[in-house]
Write a protein that binds this ligand. Structure first.
Ligand SMILES: *[C@@H]1O[C@H](CO)[C@@H](O)[C@H](O)[C@H]1NC(C)=O
Ligand SMILES: *[C@@H]1O[C@H](CO)[C@@H](O)[C@H](O)[C@H]1NC(C)=O
Ligand SMILES: *[C@@H]1O[C@H](CO)[C@@H](O)[C@H](O)[C@H]1NC(C)=O
Ligand SMILES: *[C@@H]1O[C@H](CO)[C@@H](O)[C@H](O)[C@H]1NC(C)=O
Length: 458
Protein backbone atom coordinates (compact mmCIF):
# COMPACT_ATOMS: atom_id res chain seq x y z
CA UNK A 1 0.00 0.00 0.00
CA UNK A 2 1.22 3.53 -0.84
CA UNK A 3 1.85 5.75 2.20
CA UNK A 4 -0.84 8.21 1.05
CA UNK A 5 -3.40 5.40 0.94
CA UNK A 6 -2.61 4.52 4.52
CA UNK A 7 -2.95 8.18 5.51
CA UNK A 8 -6.38 8.35 3.85
CA UNK A 9 -7.43 5.19 5.60
CA UNK A 10 -6.34 6.57 8.95
CA UNK A 11 -8.15 9.84 8.23
CA UNK A 12 -11.37 8.08 7.41
CA UNK A 13 -11.06 5.87 10.47
CA UNK A 14 -10.54 8.94 12.61
CA UNK A 15 -13.70 10.64 11.32
CA UNK A 16 -16.19 11.21 14.12
CA UNK A 17 -19.06 8.79 14.31
CA UNK A 18 -21.63 11.51 13.51
CA UNK A 19 -20.23 11.87 9.98
CA UNK A 20 -20.61 8.20 9.14
CA UNK A 21 -23.56 6.96 7.16
CA UNK A 22 -24.82 4.30 9.54
CA UNK A 23 -25.29 5.16 13.20
CA UNK A 24 -23.56 3.04 15.85
CA UNK A 25 -25.79 0.16 16.89
CA UNK A 26 -27.45 0.71 20.28
CA UNK A 27 -26.27 -1.45 23.17
CA UNK A 28 -27.89 -4.86 23.06
CA UNK A 29 -28.82 -5.00 26.72
CA UNK A 30 -30.47 -2.32 28.79
CA UNK A 31 -30.03 -2.12 32.58
CA UNK A 32 -33.24 -3.91 33.51
CA UNK A 33 -33.95 -7.54 34.30
CA UNK A 34 -36.26 -8.15 31.34
CA UNK A 35 -33.43 -7.30 28.98
CA UNK A 36 -30.57 -8.87 30.95
CA UNK A 37 -32.46 -12.09 31.64
CA UNK A 38 -33.04 -12.55 27.89
CA UNK A 39 -29.31 -12.87 27.18
CA UNK A 40 -28.54 -16.41 26.01
CA UNK A 41 -26.11 -18.16 28.33
CA UNK A 42 -22.72 -18.64 26.62
CA UNK A 43 -22.64 -22.29 25.60
CA UNK A 44 -19.37 -23.27 27.27
CA UNK A 45 -20.97 -23.21 30.69
CA UNK A 46 -23.62 -25.88 30.12
CA UNK A 47 -21.07 -28.07 28.35
CA UNK A 48 -18.55 -27.80 31.20
CA UNK A 49 -20.69 -29.49 33.90
CA UNK A 50 -17.94 -29.90 36.49
CA UNK A 51 -16.18 -27.18 38.46
CA UNK A 52 -14.05 -26.81 41.58
CA UNK A 53 -14.93 -24.08 44.06
CA UNK A 54 -12.24 -22.58 46.34
CA UNK A 55 -12.95 -20.68 49.54
CA UNK A 56 -9.70 -19.04 50.46
CA UNK A 57 -9.07 -16.01 52.59
CA UNK A 58 -8.01 -14.81 56.05
CA UNK A 59 -10.55 -17.22 57.56
CA UNK A 60 -8.02 -19.96 56.72
CA UNK A 61 -5.86 -18.59 59.56
CA UNK A 62 -8.11 -19.48 62.52
CA UNK A 63 -9.26 -22.43 60.33
CA UNK A 64 -11.97 -23.18 62.82
CA UNK A 65 -15.77 -23.18 62.71
CA UNK A 66 -16.22 -21.95 59.16
CA UNK A 67 -15.34 -19.13 56.75
CA UNK A 68 -17.88 -17.08 58.73
CA UNK A 69 -15.40 -17.01 61.64
CA UNK A 70 -15.15 -13.22 61.94
CA UNK A 71 -18.92 -12.79 62.01
CA UNK A 72 -19.49 -15.51 64.60
CA UNK A 73 -16.67 -14.12 66.73
CA UNK A 74 -17.11 -10.34 66.53
CA UNK A 75 -20.57 -9.96 64.99
CA UNK A 76 -22.56 -12.48 66.99
CA UNK A 77 -19.97 -12.69 69.80
CA UNK A 78 -20.49 -16.39 70.20
CA UNK A 79 -18.83 -17.61 73.41
CA UNK A 80 -17.28 -20.66 71.74
CA UNK A 81 -15.44 -18.36 69.34
CA UNK A 82 -14.29 -16.08 72.17
CA UNK A 83 -12.96 -19.09 74.04
CA UNK A 84 -11.22 -20.44 70.96
CA UNK A 85 -9.42 -17.16 70.30
CA UNK A 86 -8.43 -16.75 73.93
CA UNK A 87 -6.97 -20.26 73.98
CA UNK A 88 -5.06 -20.00 70.72
CA UNK A 89 -3.97 -16.41 70.22
CA UNK A 90 -2.28 -13.63 72.20
CA UNK A 91 -4.58 -11.37 74.24
CA UNK A 92 -6.13 -8.47 72.37
CA UNK A 93 -5.70 -10.01 68.93
CA UNK A 94 -8.03 -8.69 66.25
CA UNK A 95 -9.20 -10.34 63.05
CA UNK A 96 -6.98 -7.96 61.08
CA UNK A 97 -3.99 -9.41 62.96
CA UNK A 98 -4.69 -12.77 61.33
CA UNK A 99 -3.85 -11.44 57.87
CA UNK A 100 -0.01 -11.57 58.19
CA UNK A 101 -0.36 -15.25 59.13
CA UNK A 102 -2.09 -15.94 55.80
CA UNK A 103 1.27 -16.67 54.18
CA UNK A 104 0.41 -18.79 51.12
CA UNK A 105 4.04 -20.03 51.35
CA UNK A 106 3.13 -23.35 49.76
CA UNK A 107 0.81 -21.93 47.10
CA UNK A 108 1.84 -23.37 43.75
CA UNK A 109 -0.77 -22.25 41.24
CA UNK A 110 0.43 -24.63 38.53
CA UNK A 111 0.24 -27.61 40.88
CA UNK A 112 -3.28 -26.55 41.87
CA UNK A 113 -4.29 -26.22 38.23
CA UNK A 114 -2.91 -29.69 37.47
CA UNK A 115 -4.86 -31.16 40.39
CA UNK A 116 -8.10 -29.53 39.24
CA UNK A 117 -7.53 -30.74 35.71
CA UNK A 118 -6.94 -34.26 37.00
CA UNK A 119 -10.17 -33.91 38.97
CA UNK A 120 -12.00 -33.38 35.68
CA UNK A 121 -12.89 -29.75 36.42
CA UNK A 122 -13.66 -27.66 33.36
CA UNK A 123 -13.88 -24.53 35.50
CA UNK A 124 -12.61 -23.26 38.82
CA UNK A 125 -14.17 -20.53 40.95
CA UNK A 126 -12.01 -18.71 43.53
CA UNK A 127 -13.20 -16.37 46.25
CA UNK A 128 -11.67 -13.11 45.04
CA UNK A 129 -13.31 -11.52 48.08
CA UNK A 130 -15.50 -13.13 50.73
CA UNK A 131 -17.72 -11.33 53.26
CA UNK A 132 -14.66 -10.45 55.36
CA UNK A 133 -13.74 -7.99 52.60
CA UNK A 134 -10.15 -9.18 52.21
CA UNK A 135 -9.29 -9.09 48.52
CA UNK A 136 -7.08 -11.81 47.07
CA UNK A 137 -5.73 -9.29 44.60
CA UNK A 138 -4.24 -5.82 45.02
CA UNK A 139 -7.47 -3.87 45.00
CA UNK A 140 -6.65 -0.13 45.11
CA UNK A 141 -9.79 0.59 47.16
CA UNK A 142 -9.17 -2.07 49.83
CA UNK A 143 -7.09 0.04 52.24
CA UNK A 144 -4.32 -2.59 52.48
CA UNK A 145 -6.88 -5.25 53.37
CA UNK A 146 -5.63 -7.37 50.49
CA UNK A 147 -3.22 -10.18 49.64
CA UNK A 148 -0.62 -7.93 47.99
CA UNK A 149 -0.11 -5.44 50.79
CA UNK A 150 -0.23 -7.99 53.60
CA UNK A 151 -0.26 -11.75 54.16
CA UNK A 152 0.93 -13.55 51.04
CA UNK A 153 2.19 -10.36 49.32
CA UNK A 154 1.04 -12.00 46.12
CA UNK A 155 -1.66 -11.51 43.52
CA UNK A 156 -3.48 -14.76 44.26
CA UNK A 157 -6.33 -14.07 41.83
CA UNK A 158 -3.92 -13.32 39.00
CA UNK A 159 -1.52 -16.18 39.65
CA UNK A 160 -4.23 -18.83 39.78
CA UNK A 161 -5.93 -17.40 36.69
CA UNK A 162 -2.75 -17.62 34.67
CA UNK A 163 -2.13 -21.24 35.71
CA UNK A 164 -5.71 -22.26 34.87
CA UNK A 165 -5.68 -20.55 31.48
CA UNK A 166 -2.51 -22.45 30.68
CA UNK A 167 -4.59 -25.64 30.92
CA UNK A 168 -7.71 -24.28 29.23
CA UNK A 169 -9.70 -24.38 32.44
CA UNK A 170 -12.33 -21.65 32.67
CA UNK A 171 -11.86 -19.19 35.51
CA UNK A 172 -14.62 -17.86 37.72
CA UNK A 173 -14.38 -15.25 40.44
CA UNK A 174 -16.57 -15.39 43.49
CA UNK A 175 -17.30 -11.89 44.75
CA UNK A 176 -19.26 -10.90 47.84
CA UNK A 177 -21.30 -7.75 47.31
CA UNK A 178 -21.46 -6.95 51.01
CA UNK A 179 -18.78 -6.90 53.71
CA UNK A 180 -19.78 -7.58 57.31
CA UNK A 181 -17.87 -4.75 58.92
CA UNK A 182 -16.98 -2.24 56.21
CA UNK A 183 -17.67 1.22 57.73
CA UNK A 184 -19.27 2.55 54.55
CA UNK A 185 -21.50 -0.50 54.28
CA UNK A 186 -22.59 0.00 57.87
CA UNK A 187 -23.45 3.63 57.09
CA UNK A 188 -25.58 2.62 54.11
CA UNK A 189 -27.24 -0.11 56.13
CA UNK A 190 -28.09 2.38 58.85
CA UNK A 191 -29.62 4.59 56.15
CA UNK A 192 -31.89 1.73 55.10
CA UNK A 193 -29.80 1.41 51.91
CA UNK A 194 -30.99 4.82 50.72
CA UNK A 195 -27.33 5.93 50.41
CA UNK A 196 -24.79 4.09 48.23
CA UNK A 197 -21.41 5.13 49.65
CA UNK A 198 -20.17 1.58 49.90
CA UNK A 199 -21.41 0.53 46.47
CA UNK A 200 -19.91 3.51 44.69
CA UNK A 201 -16.59 3.50 46.54
CA UNK A 202 -15.98 -0.20 47.09
CA UNK A 203 -18.28 -2.74 45.43
CA UNK A 204 -18.51 -1.33 41.92
CA UNK A 205 -14.88 -0.17 41.57
CA UNK A 206 -13.76 -3.64 42.62
CA UNK A 207 -16.16 -5.46 40.29
CA UNK A 208 -15.02 -3.35 37.31
CA UNK A 209 -11.38 -3.81 38.36
CA UNK A 210 -11.76 -7.60 38.59
CA UNK A 211 -13.33 -7.84 35.15
CA UNK A 212 -10.82 -5.58 33.42
CA UNK A 213 -7.75 -7.11 35.06
CA UNK A 214 -8.59 -10.79 35.09
CA UNK A 215 -11.26 -11.21 32.38
CA UNK A 216 -13.14 -13.87 34.33
CA UNK A 217 -15.41 -16.40 32.63
CA UNK A 218 -17.80 -16.36 35.59
CA UNK A 219 -18.74 -13.80 38.18
CA UNK A 220 -20.11 -15.80 41.06
CA UNK A 221 -21.97 -13.16 43.02
CA UNK A 222 -22.91 -13.58 46.67
CA UNK A 223 -23.61 -11.55 49.81
CA UNK A 224 -26.56 -9.81 48.17
CA UNK A 225 -29.34 -10.68 50.59
CA UNK A 226 -29.55 -7.63 52.84
CA UNK A 227 -30.23 -5.05 50.11
CA UNK A 228 -32.19 -4.74 46.86
CA UNK A 229 -30.48 -4.91 43.47
CA UNK A 230 -31.15 -1.18 43.03
CA UNK A 231 -28.83 -0.53 45.98
CA UNK A 232 -26.12 -2.70 44.44
CA UNK A 233 -26.57 -1.12 40.98
CA UNK A 234 -26.56 -4.67 39.72
CA UNK A 235 -28.40 -4.10 36.46
CA UNK A 236 -26.17 -1.25 35.32
CA UNK A 237 -23.07 -3.31 36.09
CA UNK A 238 -24.48 -6.32 34.23
CA UNK A 239 -25.47 -4.19 31.22
CA UNK A 240 -21.87 -2.94 31.05
CA UNK A 241 -20.60 -6.51 31.51
CA UNK A 242 -22.77 -7.83 28.65
CA UNK A 243 -22.45 -4.85 26.28
CA UNK A 244 -18.96 -3.45 26.68
CA UNK A 245 -16.68 -5.43 28.98
CA UNK A 246 -13.72 -7.40 27.61
CA UNK A 247 -15.63 -10.62 28.41
CA UNK A 248 -19.03 -9.56 27.06
CA UNK A 249 -19.46 -12.59 24.79
CA UNK A 250 -18.15 -15.29 27.11
CA UNK A 251 -18.88 -14.29 30.70
CA UNK A 252 -21.49 -16.09 32.73
CA UNK A 253 -23.00 -14.88 35.99
CA UNK A 254 -25.21 -16.44 38.62
CA UNK A 255 -28.36 -15.08 40.25
CA UNK A 256 -27.31 -13.41 43.53
CA UNK A 257 -27.65 -9.73 42.67
CA UNK A 258 -30.05 -8.40 45.34
CA UNK A 259 -33.01 -9.39 47.48
CA UNK A 260 -35.40 -11.66 45.55
CA UNK A 261 -33.05 -12.07 42.60
CA UNK A 262 -31.85 -15.54 43.49
CA UNK A 263 -33.71 -18.18 41.45
CA UNK A 264 -35.37 -15.40 39.37
CA UNK A 265 -32.83 -13.13 37.69
CA UNK A 266 -29.31 -13.09 36.35
CA UNK A 267 -27.52 -15.76 34.32
CA UNK A 268 -27.74 -19.30 35.61
CA UNK A 269 -29.44 -20.02 38.92
CA UNK A 270 -27.82 -21.18 42.14
CA UNK A 271 -30.94 -20.63 44.22
CA UNK A 272 -29.85 -21.68 47.73
CA UNK A 273 -26.51 -23.34 48.52
CA UNK A 274 -26.63 -27.08 47.85
CA UNK A 275 -29.90 -26.62 45.91
CA UNK A 276 -31.57 -29.80 44.63
CA UNK A 277 -34.62 -29.38 42.39
CA UNK A 278 -37.17 -32.18 42.50
CA UNK A 279 -38.13 -31.84 38.85
CA UNK A 280 -36.28 -30.79 35.70
CA UNK A 281 -35.76 -27.00 35.87
CA UNK A 282 -36.41 -24.95 32.75
CA UNK A 283 -33.51 -22.60 33.48
CA UNK A 284 -29.81 -23.47 33.59
CA UNK A 285 -28.65 -23.98 37.16
CA UNK A 286 -25.62 -24.98 39.20
CA UNK A 287 -25.38 -26.98 42.40
CA UNK A 288 -22.57 -25.92 44.68
CA UNK A 289 -21.51 -28.33 47.36
CA UNK A 290 -18.59 -28.76 49.72
CA UNK A 291 -16.50 -31.84 50.47
CA UNK A 292 -16.36 -30.65 54.07
CA UNK A 293 -20.07 -30.68 54.85
CA UNK A 294 -19.61 -28.25 57.75
CA UNK A 295 -17.60 -25.50 56.14
CA UNK A 296 -16.61 -23.96 52.83
CA UNK A 297 -13.35 -22.60 54.23
CA UNK A 298 -10.58 -24.85 55.57
CA UNK A 299 -10.94 -26.19 59.12
CA UNK A 300 -7.89 -27.77 60.71
CA UNK A 301 -10.07 -29.94 62.99
CA UNK A 302 -12.33 -31.57 60.41
CA UNK A 303 -13.10 -35.25 60.93
CA UNK A 304 -13.43 -37.87 58.24
CA UNK A 305 -17.13 -38.52 58.97
CA UNK A 306 -17.86 -34.82 58.36
CA UNK A 307 -16.60 -35.12 54.80
CA UNK A 308 -18.44 -36.30 51.72
CA UNK A 309 -17.39 -39.76 50.59
CA UNK A 310 -16.28 -40.21 47.00
CA UNK A 311 -19.43 -42.18 46.37
CA UNK A 312 -21.69 -39.40 47.64
CA UNK A 313 -19.77 -36.85 45.55
CA UNK A 314 -20.29 -38.89 42.40
CA UNK A 315 -23.94 -39.45 43.26
CA UNK A 316 -24.48 -35.72 43.76
CA UNK A 317 -22.73 -34.98 40.47
CA UNK A 318 -24.81 -37.49 38.54
CA UNK A 319 -28.06 -36.39 40.17
CA UNK A 320 -27.24 -32.76 39.34
CA UNK A 321 -26.22 -33.34 35.74
CA UNK A 322 -29.24 -35.53 35.00
CA UNK A 323 -31.42 -32.57 36.05
CA UNK A 324 -29.49 -30.22 33.76
CA UNK A 325 -27.28 -28.66 36.43
CA UNK A 326 -23.58 -28.00 36.71
CA UNK A 327 -21.75 -29.34 39.75
CA UNK A 328 -19.38 -27.03 41.61
CA UNK A 329 -17.49 -28.91 44.30
CA UNK A 330 -15.81 -26.88 47.01
CA UNK A 331 -12.58 -27.26 48.97
CA UNK A 332 -10.88 -24.83 51.32
CA UNK A 333 -7.10 -24.42 50.87
CA UNK A 334 -4.98 -23.83 53.98
CA UNK A 335 -3.47 -20.53 55.02
CA UNK A 336 -0.13 -21.76 53.62
CA UNK A 337 -1.72 -22.49 50.28
CA UNK A 338 -1.77 -26.25 50.65
CA UNK A 339 -4.66 -28.50 49.71
CA UNK A 340 -5.33 -31.15 52.36
CA UNK A 341 -4.46 -34.63 51.03
CA UNK A 342 -7.98 -35.85 51.85
CA UNK A 343 -9.37 -33.21 49.47
CA UNK A 344 -6.79 -34.17 46.86
CA UNK A 345 -7.80 -37.80 47.22
CA UNK A 346 -11.51 -37.01 46.74
CA UNK A 347 -10.81 -34.80 43.73
CA UNK A 348 -8.53 -37.35 42.09
CA UNK A 349 -11.08 -40.13 42.64
CA UNK A 350 -13.71 -37.96 40.97
CA UNK A 351 -11.35 -37.36 38.07
CA UNK A 352 -10.62 -41.05 37.73
CA UNK A 353 -14.34 -41.78 37.58
CA UNK A 354 -14.85 -39.03 35.00
CA UNK A 355 -12.00 -40.38 32.88
CA UNK A 356 -14.21 -43.34 32.03
CA UNK A 357 -17.71 -41.98 32.61
CA UNK A 358 -17.18 -38.36 31.52
CA UNK A 359 -18.73 -39.18 28.14
CA UNK A 360 -22.08 -39.34 29.96
CA UNK A 361 -21.44 -36.07 31.81
CA UNK A 362 -19.63 -33.41 29.75
CA UNK A 363 -21.72 -31.79 26.99
CA UNK A 364 -24.66 -34.02 27.96
CA UNK A 365 -28.33 -33.00 28.07
CA UNK A 366 -31.08 -34.25 30.33
CA UNK A 367 -33.07 -37.15 28.91
CA UNK A 368 -36.88 -37.40 29.00
CA UNK A 369 -36.51 -39.37 32.26
CA UNK A 370 -34.03 -38.08 34.82
CA UNK A 371 -34.16 -40.78 37.46
CA UNK A 372 -35.50 -44.29 37.65
CA UNK A 373 -37.89 -44.81 40.57
CA UNK A 374 -37.38 -47.70 42.96
CA UNK A 375 -34.71 -48.57 45.40
CA UNK A 376 -31.70 -48.85 43.12
CA UNK A 377 -30.33 -45.48 42.16
CA UNK A 378 -30.20 -44.99 38.41
CA UNK A 379 -29.98 -41.63 36.63
CA UNK A 380 -30.07 -40.76 32.93
CA UNK A 381 -28.29 -38.28 30.70
CA UNK A 382 -28.19 -38.09 26.91
CA UNK A 383 -25.99 -36.89 24.11
CA UNK A 384 -26.89 -36.99 20.41
CA UNK A 385 -28.10 -40.55 19.64
CA UNK A 386 -27.04 -42.00 22.99
CA UNK A 387 -28.83 -42.32 26.31
CA UNK A 388 -26.67 -43.00 29.35
CA UNK A 389 -27.94 -44.89 32.38
CA UNK A 390 -25.69 -44.41 35.41
CA UNK A 391 -26.36 -46.85 38.23
CA UNK A 392 -24.93 -47.12 41.73
CA UNK A 393 -25.90 -50.64 42.81
CA UNK A 394 -24.51 -53.61 40.93
CA UNK A 395 -27.31 -56.20 40.98
CA UNK A 396 -26.43 -59.49 42.64
CA UNK A 397 -27.38 -61.55 39.58
CA UNK A 398 -25.64 -59.02 37.29
CA UNK A 399 -28.91 -58.34 35.47
CA UNK A 400 -29.92 -54.70 35.59
CA UNK A 401 -33.53 -53.77 35.01
CA UNK A 402 -34.17 -50.36 33.44
CA UNK A 403 -37.95 -49.72 33.29
CA UNK A 404 -37.97 -46.53 31.19
CA UNK A 405 -35.98 -46.95 27.95
CA UNK A 406 -37.80 -48.34 24.91
CA UNK A 407 -35.45 -50.28 22.67
CA UNK A 408 -35.73 -51.77 19.18
CA UNK A 409 -34.07 -54.83 17.68
CA UNK A 410 -31.18 -52.70 16.42
CA UNK A 411 -30.49 -51.01 19.77
CA UNK A 412 -27.06 -51.49 21.28
CA UNK A 413 -25.99 -51.48 24.89
CA UNK A 414 -22.41 -51.08 26.07
CA UNK A 415 -20.78 -50.15 29.34
CA UNK A 416 -18.32 -47.27 29.37
CA UNK A 417 -14.86 -48.65 29.95
CA UNK A 418 -15.67 -51.98 28.21
CA UNK A 419 -15.44 -52.66 24.51
CA UNK A 420 -17.93 -55.52 24.01
CA UNK A 421 -21.65 -54.96 23.53
CA UNK A 422 -23.92 -56.34 26.24
CA UNK A 423 -26.81 -58.77 25.96
CA UNK A 424 -30.20 -57.31 26.71
CA UNK A 425 -33.83 -58.34 26.43
CA UNK A 426 -37.21 -56.72 26.86
CA UNK A 427 -38.26 -56.87 30.51
CA UNK A 428 -41.65 -58.44 31.29
CA UNK A 429 -43.02 -55.27 32.94
CA UNK A 430 -41.54 -52.88 30.35
CA UNK A 431 -38.10 -51.50 29.69
CA UNK A 432 -35.14 -53.80 29.43
CA UNK A 433 -32.94 -56.18 31.31
CA UNK A 434 -29.24 -55.85 30.65
CA UNK A 435 -26.80 -58.61 31.43
CA UNK A 436 -23.82 -56.79 32.88
CA UNK A 437 -20.28 -57.92 32.12
CA UNK A 438 -19.27 -60.85 34.29
CA UNK A 439 -16.45 -59.31 36.25
CA UNK A 440 -14.22 -60.26 39.07
CA UNK A 441 -13.95 -57.19 41.32
CA UNK A 442 -10.26 -56.58 40.71
CA UNK A 443 -10.89 -56.33 36.97
CA UNK A 444 -13.54 -53.65 37.31
CA UNK A 445 -11.99 -50.49 35.94
CA UNK A 446 -13.55 -48.47 38.71
CA UNK A 447 -15.97 -48.30 41.54
CA UNK A 448 -18.87 -46.25 42.82
CA UNK A 449 -21.07 -46.13 39.73
CA UNK A 450 -21.18 -47.53 36.22
CA UNK A 451 -22.55 -46.19 32.98
CA UNK A 452 -24.53 -48.04 30.34
CA UNK A 453 -24.61 -46.43 26.92
CA UNK A 454 -27.82 -47.15 25.04
CA UNK A 455 -27.90 -46.37 21.34
CA UNK A 456 -31.12 -46.52 19.34
CA UNK A 457 -33.46 -45.89 22.24
CA UNK A 458 -36.69 -43.98 22.77
C1 LIG B 1 -39.22 -9.65 47.91
O1 LIG B 1 -40.33 -10.51 47.75
C2 LIG B 1 -41.25 -10.45 48.82
C3 LIG B 1 -42.30 -11.53 48.59
O2 LIG B 1 -42.77 -11.50 47.28
C4 LIG B 1 -41.82 -9.03 48.90
O3 LIG B 1 -42.72 -8.95 49.98
C5 LIG B 1 -40.69 -8.02 49.08
O4 LIG B 1 -41.20 -6.72 49.03
C6 LIG B 1 -39.64 -8.18 48.00
N1 LIG B 1 -38.51 -7.34 48.31
C7 LIG B 1 -37.88 -6.59 47.40
C8 LIG B 1 -36.76 -5.75 47.89
O5 LIG B 1 -38.16 -6.60 46.20
C1 LIG C 1 -25.84 3.26 39.27
O1 LIG C 1 -27.15 3.10 38.73
C2 LIG C 1 -27.76 4.32 38.35
C3 LIG C 1 -29.19 4.00 37.94
O2 LIG C 1 -29.24 2.96 37.00
C4 LIG C 1 -26.95 4.94 37.21
O3 LIG C 1 -27.51 6.17 36.83
C5 LIG C 1 -25.51 5.14 37.69
O4 LIG C 1 -24.71 5.61 36.62
C6 LIG C 1 -24.92 3.86 38.22
N1 LIG C 1 -23.61 4.12 38.79
C7 LIG C 1 -22.54 3.35 38.56
C8 LIG C 1 -21.28 3.78 39.18
O5 LIG C 1 -22.60 2.35 37.87
C1 LIG D 1 -41.42 -41.67 39.42
O1 LIG D 1 -42.46 -41.32 40.31
C2 LIG D 1 -43.00 -40.04 40.12
C3 LIG D 1 -43.98 -39.77 41.24
O2 LIG D 1 -44.88 -40.83 41.38
C4 LIG D 1 -43.62 -39.96 38.73
O3 LIG D 1 -44.15 -38.66 38.52
C5 LIG D 1 -42.56 -40.25 37.70
O4 LIG D 1 -43.14 -40.27 36.40
C6 LIG D 1 -41.90 -41.59 37.97
N1 LIG D 1 -40.77 -41.76 37.07
C7 LIG D 1 -40.55 -42.86 36.40
C8 LIG D 1 -39.31 -42.87 35.57
O5 LIG D 1 -41.26 -43.84 36.44
C1 LIG E 1 -31.86 -53.74 42.87
O1 LIG E 1 -30.77 -54.37 43.50
C2 LIG E 1 -31.04 -55.66 44.01
C3 LIG E 1 -29.82 -56.10 44.79
O2 LIG E 1 -28.66 -56.04 44.03
C4 LIG E 1 -31.38 -56.59 42.85
O3 LIG E 1 -31.70 -57.85 43.31
C5 LIG E 1 -32.58 -56.01 42.08
O4 LIG E 1 -32.81 -56.77 40.92
C6 LIG E 1 -32.32 -54.55 41.67
N1 LIG E 1 -33.53 -53.97 41.13
C7 LIG E 1 -33.57 -53.36 39.96
C8 LIG E 1 -34.89 -52.73 39.63
O5 LIG E 1 -32.65 -53.29 39.19
Amino acid sequence: MEPWALALLLLSAARPAACQASPASPPRYSPDWASLDARPLPGWFDAAKVGVFLHWGVFAVPAWGSEWFWWHWRGERRPDYELFVRARFPPGITYADFAPRFTAHDFQPHAWARLFQEAGARYVVLTAKHHEGFTNWGSPVSWNWNSVDTGPHRDLVGELGEALRHRNIHYGLYHSLFEWFHPLYLVDKKNGFKSQHFVLEKTLPELYDLVKRYKPDIIWSDGEWEAPDTYWNSTSFLAWLYNESPVKDTVVVNDRWGINCSCHHGGYYNCQDKYKPGTLPTHKWEMCSSIDRKSWGYRSNMKIDELMSTSSIIEELVNTVSYGGNYLLNIGPTKEGGIAPVFQERLLALGKWLNINGEAIYESKPWRVQKENGTNKTWYTSKEAAVYAIFFTWPQDSVLHLPSPVLTASSQVTMLGFSETLKWQAAPGGGLQVTLPCMVPSLLPLQYAWTLKLVGVK
